[in-house]
Every structure is written in structure tokens, then in C-alpha cells.
Design a protein around this ligand. Structure first.
Ligand code: A2H
Length: 253
């Protein structure tokens, strides 16, 4: 991407109920630790609209001890970055408690912090890159065209994607209002650019660019603590509030 490091917000999503494929193995490995899936986002102000979370089904994840009481699920690469950023202790040391395939995490029920629908499920997304963020993507289909296109694919072909339709049942939630595209900008752009699926990479890149700029420069918050404020003003405030509540942290790469 750009020259300098990218400043993400690491969002902590506590595991409420593991998928049957993961449960026995992970619970034995983590002991009494609380476990969180951790997503890297550039849009913390949209977290009110989370409807699920994505992992790459073919990617490998680890469960990493962060301190005495918590463990995070992410790629090894991200755990290593976190160790060097002092997010885990001791600094620079990675302690992997278990390894797990993304496909086995699918169906896990998690807590989405600050979300209007606080209990959501983990679903598969083909385009999750192992080389970016944590390998876990929180899904906000109201504001992210990638998330919306993937959600629609999953709903259309639940059997093919080996998911229970109830895991994809939450509809996009209006979070940000925009003058040109209304309060569900991602569905509006997916329709306008005739995007058929998550495989339409080129049109999705265009939609992502428009949604990001329109949201940032012209968006207004419709919900939450900073309702009525511009996205530009609210973004750092929501981030700070999440960090203060212990549900997020600064993560750079
Ligand atoms: B964003 P940049 Cl509402 N693979 O969060 C693919 N995509 C990934 C990823 C990975 N390993 N890790 C993070 N991402 C996504 C929210 C959001 C995001 C909204 C709108 C746009 C948007 C909810 N999903 O991103 O390449 C994450 O999705 C579009 C810019 O580092 C993260 O922020 O610029 C974003 O991509 C980081 O992308």
C-alpha cells in the first residue's frame, strides 16, 4: 500500500461457542483463558453494523497466548507482529497454544463489540489474504462492498459453502448516512456496479474506493455515542472508546 505503516484497529471478538469442529481441541489447549478472534479494520466507526465475521477457509490460524488470561485467534504472522508491538507479553515472544484451519473456525459464535446485533457467527470468505491484517475480517455489509457481496454469495449457496443459513441471517444495519448513496452504501454500490459475487474483484475494488471516500468525507453517523457527527470526526472517537472499553487495540503493519 502506501509508504508509511498502516494503522489498524484490532477488534476483539470473544468466542461464545466454538464450532463443533473446533470445540474439544481448542478448549483443551486454552485452559481457563478467554479466547478472542481478532480482526484488523480501517473503519472502527462502522463496528455498530457488524453482522458476522470472516476467515479464509483455506488459511491456517493459531490460537496465541497474549497474557495469563487471554488468547487471540489470528495468523502466525499477525501474532508475531503483535508480540513485537508489545500487544502480547513477553515482548517479542510468540506462544502458540493450538493450530486450526479456517474452515474449522466457521460456525463459531462470537461477541461483536459495540454492534447492534452483539452475537454473530464466523463465515468463510474466499478473498481473505494471509498477508494482510490478522486474517480475520469483521463483516459490515452496510459499508463494505466485499462484505456485502460475500454475504449474498453465502446466502445463495449455503450448501456449497457448507454453512448453516442461520449463521448468515443478520441483515445489513444502517450505520452511516451518505448524501449520494443513502444509509446502505455497500448494497447500493453492489447493485449499481452490477456486482454478482465476491469473485468480481475489479468492480469490487472500484466499489470499495467509492464507499471508503464517500463514507469518510461525506458520511454522518446514524447510531452510537457520536450519532449526528461526521464520520471524519467520529472515527478516532469510536476507536478511542473501544480501546477504553478494552475491546480494541492499536495494531500497525
Ligand atoms: B475493513 P487495506 Cl465497513 N484480507 O473493515 C482481506 N481483507 C482484509 C484483511 C485480509 N487479511 N484484513 C482486513 N481486511 C479488510 C471494515 C470495513 C473495511 C468497511 C469498509 C471498508 C473496509 C469491515 N470489513 O476496507 O488493504 C478490512 O475491512 C476497505 C478499505 O489495509 C479492513 O478494513 O486498506 C481493510 O480490508 C484493510 O484494507
Amino acid at each position: 500500500e502506501g509508504v508509511g505503516p498502516q494503522e489498524y484497529t484490532g477488534v476483539k471478538m470473544e468466542v461464545l461457542e466454538w464450532s463443533s469442529a473446533a470445540k474439544a481441541m481448542i478448549e483443551a489447549a486454552v485452559g481457563a483463558r478467554k479466547v478472542f478472534l481478532v480482526a484488523a479494520t480501517l473503519r472502527p466507526e462502522t463496528m455498530y453494523g457488524q453482522t458476522n465475521c470472516f476467515v479464509g477457509p483455506a488459511l491456517k490460524y493459531g490460537v496465541f497466548a497474549i497474557n495469563e488470561t487471554e488468547a487471540y485467534v489470528c495468523t502466525y504472522r499477525a501474532a508475531r507482529n503483535m508480540a513485537f508491538q508489545g500487544i502480547s507479553t513477553p515482548r517479542g515472544h510468540v506462544e502458540q497454544l493450538a493450530e486450526i484451519e479456517g474452515s474449522s473456525i466457521v460456525g463459531t459464535k462470537i461477541k461483536a463489540p459495540f454492534a447492534i446485533n452483539p452475537e454473530v457467527y464466523v463465515l468463510p470468505m474466499d478473498n481473505v489474504l494471509a498477508t494482510k491484517g490478522t486474517g480475520v475480517v469483521t463483516s459490515v455489509p452496510s459499508d463494505s462492498p466485499d462484505d456485502y457481496a460475500t454475504l449474498i454469495d453465502l446466502r445463495k449457496k449455503a450448501d456449497f459453502y457448507k454453512i448453516d443459513p442461520k449463521w448468515a441471517a443478520i441483515d445489513p444495519v444502517p450505520v452511516v448516512d451518505t448524501p449520494t448513496y443513502g444509509n446502505l452504501i455497500a448494497p447500493a454500490l453492489v447493485q449499481q456496479l452490477k456486482i454478482q459475487s465476491q469473485k468480481d474483484i475489479k468492480q469490487l475494488a472500484e466499489a470499495k474506493e467509492i464507499a471508503y471516500k464517500e463514507g469518510f468525507y461525506s458520511g454522518t453517523m446514524l447510531v452510537g455515542e457520536f450519532k449526528g457527527e461526521s464520520v471524519q470526526e467520529a472515527k478516532p472517537k469510536v476507536r478511542a472508546s473501544m480501546i477504553e472499553h478494552g475491546v480494541a487495540f492499536a495494531y500497525a503493519e
